[in-house]
Design a binder for this molecule. Structure first.
Ligand code: COI
Length: 331
């Protein structure tokens, strides 16, 4: 059995080598991301493992089919960049890693909120200029706030546990309710109730057609004044122009963002010595009440190890048995 893995970074290599040793399977590690230009390298292999934020294109799967490869395993959770029509047309089985570390994402979202509430970026900026005064940057305490968690899957639940640990009141919304949380009575019936009651709104849902720009002008208008917004999920959930308007008029007091709707080409790229030309991004980036991280919530040793090794397990299982624990159903 031979597997080819694309976009392998140096930090993933030791986990890949460990897996190869434990499983006696040949794995070729390719540093470049998977494209139609380098899919030919996969000829002669039995399965493909990949991770990237760029869309996977039809031509990739057409070639895989020609090479007799029908096992495609993602190292990440989101499948929004996989063309459903193409994988169905070429009969490609797809797996993801749905729970590489829900805490990794949850911990960074709480960190973002705490940093904003306690004005860390503002104090850093003031102190770097020699101003060590407190005022006017007084904080709010999380234990006095209501946090509205949109999406109560694994990540949302991990975030809830941490918020509860800080003493916050937590309410949740999800189309699919978790029975344990239901017993605790944390659910509200509508997003509008989240908007009306929450001092902090944190998004933990996948990107779907139905939730594109779910936080838009209308949604912001229904929120409490001075609300905090956290998006450590997918950029497309927020209409960024609407967020900027809500920051400008004070409706939104601050935003913690690990995703941005046009992030490909901005995040995980070295921009030293050059200007980022996206004015909408630059507008957000210049604000000290907007904390941006470059889609790095997943980037922990535990998560990266799981992403590499679970995706390889899935790929091996597809090749051996035609099925995998984390097969994605697109129906
Ligand atoms: C995902 O797992 O889908 C993510 O968003 C993390 C990715 C940047 C590796």
């Amino acid at each position: 059995m031979k597997i080819i893995a694309y976009g392998i970074r140096d930090d993933e290599k030791p986990y890949l080598d460990e897996w190869v040793k434990d499983n006696s399977v040949e794995v070729k590690a390719v540093p470049e991301l998977l494209t139609e230009d380098n899919i030919d390298l996969a000829k002669g292999y039995d399965g493909v493992v990949a991770y990237q934020q760029k869309p996977y294109t039809d031509g990739i799967f057409k070639k895989m089919d020609e090479f007799g490869i029908h096992a495609f395993s993602l190292r990440n959770v989101g499948v929004d960049n996989v063309p459903v029509e193409s994988v169905k047309k070429y009969n490609i089985k797809v797996s993801n890693v749905p729970a590489y570390s829900p805490s990794a994402i949850a911990e960074l979202s709480v960190t973002g909120l705490m940093s904003l509430l306690r004005r860390i970026p503002t104090f850093e900026d003031k102190m770097s200029k020699g101003d060590f005064r407190w005022a006017p940057d007084i904080a709010q305490e999380l234990n006095e706030l209501t946090v509205g968690v949109v999406g109560t899957g694994r990540i949302g639940r991990a975030a809830m546990d941490i918020f509860k640990g800080f003493g916050a009141k937590v309410i949740g919304y999800d189309v699919f309710r978790n029975p344990e949380l239901e017993k605790e009575g944390i659910y509200v019936d509508t997003l509008d109730e989240i908007y009306a009651q929450a001092d902090v709104i944190t998004l933990h849902v996948p990107a779907l057609k139905d939730n594109y720009h779910m936080l838009n002008d209308d949604a912001f208008s229904k929120m409490k004044d001075g609300v905090y917004i956290l998006n450590y999920a997918r950029g497309s959930l927020i209409d960024t122009d609407a967020l900027i308007r809500a920051l400008d008029n004070g409706k939104v007091a601050g935003a913690g963002l690990d995703t941005y709707e046009n992030e490909v080409g901005i995040f995980d790229v070295d921009h030293k010595g050059e200007k980022i030309t996206d004015d909408v991004f630059n507008n957000l980036f210049a604000r000290d009440n907007v904390l941006i991280t470059p889609h790095a919530a997943f980037y922990t040793t535990k998560a990266v190890k799981n992403m590499v090794q679970i995706s390889l397990n899935n790929n091996k299982s597809f090749i051996e048995n035609g099925r995998a624990d984390n097969e994605v159903s697109f129906d």
